[in-house]
Design a protein around this ligand. Structure first.
Ligand SMILES: Nc1nc2c(ncn2[C@@H]2O[C@H](COP(=O)(O)OP(=O)(O)OP(=O)(O)O)[C@@H](O)[C@H]2O)c(=O)[nH]1
Length: 617
């Protein structure tokens, strides 16, 4: 097949560009990249060098090659004819050089000999055969400067001479020779697809400028510029470092036991007859025992004249004795009103409480008829044993027979599900457990006494299941909540005791001197309700359950902020698994993400073993 050539077209400058240089410097690949737009990966290239010459006949037989030869440079229409040559020094290239318009002289940036031969062999040869033809110097294979040479050498043909790091030439080496020989200098890589256009556009410019000198009447060559400087190559990003993820100690907070011993943020105090007080947290007791759940959910009545009692201000109410209940309120629901009143900031709270307002000095009620062990309950300003600041707490007066240590043993059991047999006389503990209706503890003690302690394992299991269910309920309904987090898309009610038992960050926030330790509302910008809810579930229950449509990046950020490395690792692993799943399904994944996936696979965090979920529940 013969194709129409451009020779006869008016104002189309046909340019013969001869490409010369040592064997295997990349001449043919460079020509193919321009003439055929052939792009190959490094490993395809490396494995396939056969000394070849790209046939000039291609312009006659291949329409695509002919079309790609046409170009417009500086408003001049050109048709570029590329002539490939043998690199062998002894071959005769006289025929190729004949009537050339520009010579592209190549060397390899990974072969110093090929650059040396530019000076010693190629330049003299060119000057001999075509002394007036402009020459352009090109450093090929520039990607090898940044490549992993071990991998490159492994992929090259078995007999190819390995490339040593000392073989790699810097750009200055090429520039120096080009300057000395008075040529423009360019670098290329067909792998990185860099510089191919630079080389041939500027080769065309050099040819056209030279032609303008000879054919000065050609006015359409007026705008041709001298060969331009090449923009520098931006080296590829180095491969990301491989991180060895060090096992970070889990942020475990105080733990329920620690919290009971140092009752930060206590919201209930048990007042004993002997004057002792035991501070505790409603959410722990209520989620472990129904009796306490009921106690803390009791409707309280507004009280009359106040009196000082046991260090706290008590609000006397003639209705206590009778248990009459015509003006009642639920402390949980009306805590805000209570705080206002008891802090002396409001005398009247219209609209607060079920009775729709009125002057109240406080709330309370008698308990002698409600349950054994308890005398009464009221709300009072109590000095916090740890911060020495007065805070609003529920005060539960206990009956005379309730002793401090056995009561502590019962309450501690309600925190941990564990009975410390050495803490008090077991019989006394059993009596109090029975009086306060902590029946599972009562049964545990019976088992111990009957030498059937092995049966207690089941009781402990049931304890934790029951507690987990009730905590879930508290979390979803905000029951016994004592802190509100303001996040970007709303508010989330939470429980300081559960937070500080399970997270050091929360310990710092609520148990220190930060303003937040006294606040009832804390701002947590940059996160969402769904995200915070997932974190709370993790902290309260040790479960990792992502809300639908939750952005895992947001969760990662929050886990990072709260210093929860295990939650972070779980989230990362979840994100990686999701990406892998979508990759398996054939979704397109960005190259960087793929790389990250591979990394994540390699450095996958072991989620079993020591780094377990928080221990609080
Ligand atoms: N990494 C890398 N290797 C290249 C590049 N261009 C060419 N090569 C390698 O160089 C070898 C020789 O390329 P050719 O284009 O055939 O070299 P040539 O100068 O035409 O060689 P002769 O035909 O022997 O004169 C190829 O097999 C590739 O291994 C490049 O841009 N980057």
């Amino acid at each position: 097949m013969d194709i129409d050539l451009d020779y006869e077209r008016p104002n189309v400058e046909t340019i013969k560009c001869v490409v010369v240089g040592d064997n295997a410097v990349g001449k043919t690949r460079l020509i193919c990249a321009r003439a055929c737009n052939a792009t190959l990966t490094q490993y395809q290239l490396l494995a396939t060098h056969v000394p070849t010459v790209w046939a000039i006949d291609q312009y006659r037989v291949c329409q695509e090659v002919l079309e790609r030869s046409r170009d417009v440079v500086d408003e001049v229409s050109v048709s570029l004819r590329l002539w490939d040559t043998f690199g062998d020094h002894h071959k005769d290239r006289r025929f190729a050089y004949g009537r050339s318009d520009v010579v592209v002289l190549c060397f390899s940036t990974a072969n110093p000999y090929s650059l040396r031969h530019v000076r010693s062999m190629w330049y003299p040869e060119i000057k001999h055969f075509c002394p007036r033809t402009p020459v352009i110097l090109v450093g090929c294979q520039l990607d090898l400067r940044y490549a992993d040479l071990d991998a490159v050498n492994r992929a090259r043909r078995p007999l190819a001479k390995p490339i040593k790091p000392s073989d790699i030439l810097c750009p200055e080496a090429g520039h120096e020779v080009a300057k000395e020989l008075g040529m423009p200098y360019y670098e290329t890589s067909v792998v990185a697809q860099f510089g191919v256009k630079d080389v041939f556009d500027n080769a065309i410019r050099a040819a056209l400028i030279s032609r303008r000198h000879l054919q000065f009447w050609k006015s359409h060559l007026k705008k041709v510029q001298r060969p331009l400087l090449q923009a520098p190559f931006l080296p590829p990003k180095p491969p990301p470092p491989i991180f060895n993820i060090v096992e970070v100690p889990q942020s475990r907070g105080r733990g329920p036991e620690g919290l009971f011993c140092s009752p930060y943020c206590a919201d209930v105090v048990f007042q004993l007859h002997n004057g002792h007080r035991v501070f505790a947290h409603k959410v722990y007791l209520a989620t472990a025992c129904s009796k306490f759940y009921d106690l803390f959910s009791l409707e309280l009545s507004p009280l009359g004249a106040n009196r000082a009692w046991g260090g706290s201000t008590v609000y006397e109410n003639p209705l206590w004795a009778t248990g009459a209940d015509n003006h009642t309120m639920n402390l949980e629901l009306d805590q805000e009103a209570t705080i206002e009143l008891l802090a002396g900031r409001a005398e009247q709270v219209p609209g607060k409480g079920r009775n729709g307002g009125g002057v109240h000095l406080g709330w309370g009620r008698g308990l002698s008829e409600w349950g054994r062990g308890f005398t009464s309950v009221h709300v009072g300003m109590i000095e916090d044993p740890l911060t020495q600041r007065e805070r609003l707490m529920m005060v539960v007066e206990m009956e005379e027979q309730i002793q401090t240590e056995p009561l502590r043993a019962v309450l501690e059991y309600l925190y941990t599900g564990y009975l410390d047999q050495n803490r008090a006389d077991l019989m006394q503990v059993a009596n109090i457990a029975e009086a306060l209706e902590v029946f599972d503890l009562r049964m545990m003690i019976s088992n111990l006494m009957n030498k059937e302690g092995f049966m207690n394992q089941e009781i402990t299991k049931a304890f934790h299941v029951r507690r987990a269910n009730r905590i879930k309920e508290c979390l979803s309904r905000g029951v016994f909540s004592d802190i509100v987090f303001k996040v970007d898309d709303g508010t989330v009610q939470a429980h300081k005791p559960l937070l500080i038992a399970n997270c050091d960050w929360m310990v710092a926030l609520f148990c220190g001197s930060f303003r937040e330790s006294f606040a009832h509302e804390v701002s947590l910008p940059g996160t969402s309700c769904a995200c915070l809810h997932t974190v709370l579930e993790y902290l309260y229950l040790g479960i990792f359950c992502l809300a639908p449509a939750l952005n895992t990046v947001d969760l990662l950020v929050l886990a990072n902020r709260l210093c929860l490395p295990h939650l972070k690792a779980l989230t990362e692993q979840h994100a990686v698994d999701e990406l892998l799943a979508s990759y398996v399904q054939g979704d397109d994944i960005d190259g960087h993400v793929l790389h990250y996936l591979e990394m994540a696979q390699r450095t996958r965090v072991t989620l079993s073993g020591t780094a377990g979920p928080p221990c609080g529940t």
